[in-house]
Design a binder for this molecule. Structure first.
Ligand SMILES: Cc1cc2nc3c(=O)[nH]c(=O)nc-3n(C[C@H](O)[C@H](O)[C@H](O)COP(=O)(O)OP(=O)(O)OC[C@H]3O[C@@H](n4cnc5c(N)ncnc54)[C@H](O)[C@@H]3O)c2cc1C
Length: 359
């Protein structure tokens, strides 16, 4: 493995974690990310660091996430849930109900999940992180892998292995030579990308006025546009966020300012007049982002994607290429924990896990 040179495709949590582990092992790698930023589905508002992608992890059953934030020294805190819950539907209008406790404690990273991306990035050699590099094609030339990018000069460097830190459906869109058999493509396309059909709205406020009114910030609505709302506050400020009840096709017909206005009107119905004037509000539609969602993903299956546990690429690619994105995990597929699990699995398969000792 000392001669290995690994091309990691994708700079979301899976790609960054893989790079972190390989760097500590002294294994050569280059990471190529299509967007002009790292983090993938992990994204925050420009001010405040409020999450537009994932917020929560659950240490009770996600040991890797717990271990990683601990290893990186990132402070974490419990999701705010104290107080009453608001409900609305067309029959009864808006009602206030006693809050309830869900079984598992949802934890968040101080400053937002983007702090996890920043902490990993800080530990990586910048010369090996390549942004705005969307992989278009990969070919096998004997034992060497050559890469072709959409808008970036192709590297003269070749690689011994390629690790696809991507949702499987996006991996299926890359041109491989020799080409992947139909069976592989079908298996990749069958895996839905978790949360790719969704969008998130965040409203940042000067103070948590709902908490002062004895409300948790949790709300559930059958009217919309938001279906589920929670407190999104962190040490930088007060905020509420919501997931949408209207689907990706319905959102396409609306401008961002129409969507935001409808969300503010709903927050006013649920939490009162003070919700009308956020310091800033933001909306991100993951279904409209081609580096997350394919056409199939725009209709939510509601299922966590997980690749068949025994999946390996066929024929010549078998020993050369691995999937390490979250949807490739055997357990917790689709979650951040899944991204770490998928990487750990490949490291173990390549006999790298046991020799990785903290520096
Ligand atoms: C709104 C929302 C809420 C969520 N909430 C939670 C939560 O609370 N808890 C939780 O655990 N998980 C949650 N998730 C899921 C979580 O975000 C993912 O499990 C995790 O971020 C996946 O990381 P990944 O690296 O596997 O994939 P991604 O983050 O999707 O990274 C893939 C990367 O590959 C890049 N890429 C794509 N195509 C190419 C190409 N051709 N060439 C080069 N690069 C390419 C992309 O730009 C991207 O950066 C949520 C997701 C969303 C969208």
């Amino acid at each position: 493995m000392t001669e290995a040179r690994i091309a990691i495709i994708g700079g979301g949590l899976a790609g960054l974690y893989a790079a972190y582990r390989l760097d500590r092992l002294g294994v050569a790698f280059d990471l190529f990310e299509a967007r002009n930023r790292l983090g993938g589905r992990i994204l925050a508002t420009e001010s405040g660091g409020f999450d537009l992608g994932p917020s929560w992890f659950w240490p009770d059953f996600q040991p890797r996430m717990h271990a990683l934030v601990t290893e990186l020294g990132l402070p974490v805190f419990e999701q705010y849930t104290a107080g009453a819950t608001m409900l609305e539907d067309r029959a009864v209008g808006v009602v206030r109900r006693a809050g309830y406790l869900s079984g598992n404690t949802s934890m968040r990273v101080e400053g937002g999940t983007c702090e996890l991306v920043a902490a990993l990035t800080d530990l990586l050699p910048p010369a090996h992180l390549h942004l705005s590099a969307a992989l278009k094609a990969a070919s096998l030339d004997g034992q060497a892998i050559r890469l072709v990018f959409a808008d970036t000069p192709d590297p003269s460097q070749t690689y011994t292995h390629i690790w696809l830190a991507l949702p499987p459906r996006l991996a299926a869109g890359i041109q491989f030579s020799p080409s992947l058999p139909e069976r592989d493509l079908q298996m990749l396309m069958a895996v839905p990308t978790w949360m790719a059909a969704h969008a998130k709205y965040v409203a940042h406020y000067g103070k948590p006025f709902w908490r002062e009114a004895g409300l948790s910030g949790d709300a559930f609505s059958r009217i919309g546009p938001l279906t589920e709302i929670h407190d999104a506050g962190n040490e930088k400020g007060a905020a509420l966020f919501g997931f949408f009840g209207i689907n990706a096709a319905q959102r396409t017909g609306l401008t961002a300012s129409e969507v935001k206005a409808a969300c503010r009107a709903q927050l006013m119905r649920l939490f009162g007049e003070q919700a009308a004037d956020p310091v800033e509000d933001a909306f991100y539609d993951w279904a409209a982002d081609p580096y997350t969602a394919t056409d199939q993903d725009r209709v939510s299956s509601g299922e966590h994607g997980a690749l068949d546990a025994g999946f390996v690429f066929a024929a010549l690619w078998r020993d050369k290429m691995r999937l390490i994105g979250s949807e490739a995990a055997v357990e917790q597929g689709g979650y951040m924990e899944g991204a770490l699990a998928a990487v750990d699995r490949v490291l173990a398969e390549m006999n790298l896990a046991a020799v990785d000792q903290p520096r």
